[in-house]
Design a protein around this ligand. Structure first.
Ligand code: PBG
Length: 323
């Protein structure tokens, strides 16, 4: 007798009956770049199709995303003013804080997540407080707590620290709890690698470091065990959701975390992953929709419950067209 695995692949109705992994728009988070001002829709060269939006434009964008059934958004702010201490990051009327208010009002169905990091707010572009060329851990964590709290006060549904300082999840948890935000979940960028694939983001968010790099805090791409440990430490510190970033180059880490821990897992398909697919699609070298869907399925198959992806809106629109 021959084993005939092809029997169940014969027709689409059979294939769809035995399909193991699915992606649905509600599992996707659309990253949004927010700028000051009015009527702003600034294209980003290295991320075709993605724009920096001012708060008024965000309103329409958020409504469209909600209407398409996208699960949520994560916000990155580009402040008008940057300084060494990232003071614009925690102002009650800061660029992200105002964006949160706008989106919550315009599209209450969306989960509004804020990225908690200093790199977009420091004049030197580093993720923390710098003294003598060193990024200081504990002083940075203090500022991060203020930032997270200001996002919570603005009405964010979840905060997402992305800085990779030690101890920040525990500190942010304590700060939120003390101020009455015991109910607010933390999505930790728990296994975040020092990756070349963040290139387009730094262009989009004007957050490239003026000197040096991020290797003193982000993970070495070579280190699997350390990456797993980072995430498990964040789970112990009270993270509600763990995240692996970037996504495709680190599916092994995602898979391992799925096996080792019961928290929901997120993966961030980052700007460089988006740019590669877009560039190839624009040249006609890849079929965009099929290639994108394959990457999203792979990320889900490896163990992600949630995917942060610049394709969230496109994917949701494709699903709509099919229905
Ligand atoms: C830090 C942050 C970065 C990204 C998300 N949060 C940049 C970095 O660490 O340099 C990258 C996301 C992407 O590339 O799409 N605030």
């Amino acid at each position: 007798m021959t084993i005939r695995l092809r029997r169940l692949r014969l027709t689409e109705k059979l294939r769809s009956l035995v399909r193991e992994t699915t992606v649905s728009p509600r599992q996707l988070i659309q990253p949004l770049f927010v700028v000051e001002g009015k009527g702003q829709r600034q294209p980003i060269d290295s991320m075709p199709g993605i724009e920096r939006l001012s708060a008024d434009e965000l309103e329409r964008e958020a409504q469209e995303l909600a209407e398409l059934g996208v699960g949520g958004v994560i916000l990155f702010g580009l402040p008008a003013h940057k300084d060494e201490e990232a003071t614009s990051a925690y102002q009650p009327d800061g660029v992200v804080q105002r964006a949160v208010q706008v989106i919550k009002k315009a599209a209450p169905q969306l989960v509004v997540i804020t990225d908690v990091c200093l790199c977009e707010y420091t004049s030197h572009g580093h993720c923390g407080i710098v003294r003598d060329g060193m990024i200081l851990n504990d002083p940075t964590v203090e500022v991060l707590c203020r930032v997270a709290l200001s996002h919570a006060e603005a009405g964010a549904d979840m905060v997402a620290p992305s800085d990779m300082m030690d101890g920040r999840v525990a500190a942010i948890r304590a700060a939120l709890d003390e101020s009455g935000f015991t109910h607010l979940p933390i999505l930790s960028y728990s296994s975040k690698f020092a990756s070349a694939f963040y290139g387009p983001f730094r262009d989009a968010a004007h957050s490239a470091p003026a000197f040096g790099d991020r290797r003193s805090h982000q993970l070495d791409p070579a280190n699997f065990r350390e990456a797993v440990r980072e995430s498990l430490v964040d789970a112990q510190e009270g993270a509600d959701i763990l995240m692996v970033k970037p996504a495709l180059p680190y599916l092994d880490v995602l898979r391992e975390l799925r096996a080792r821990c019961d928290l929901p897992l997120a993966a961030y398909q980052v700007s460089g992953e988006y740019a590669m697919l877009k560039a190839a699609a624009q040249r006609g070298w890849l079929e965009e929709r099929r290639a994108v869907e394959e990457t999203l399925i792979s990320i889900r198959r490896a163990g992600a419950d949630i995917i942060l992806t610049y394709f969230a809106k496109d994917f949701a629109a494709w699903c709509r067209k099919n229905a």
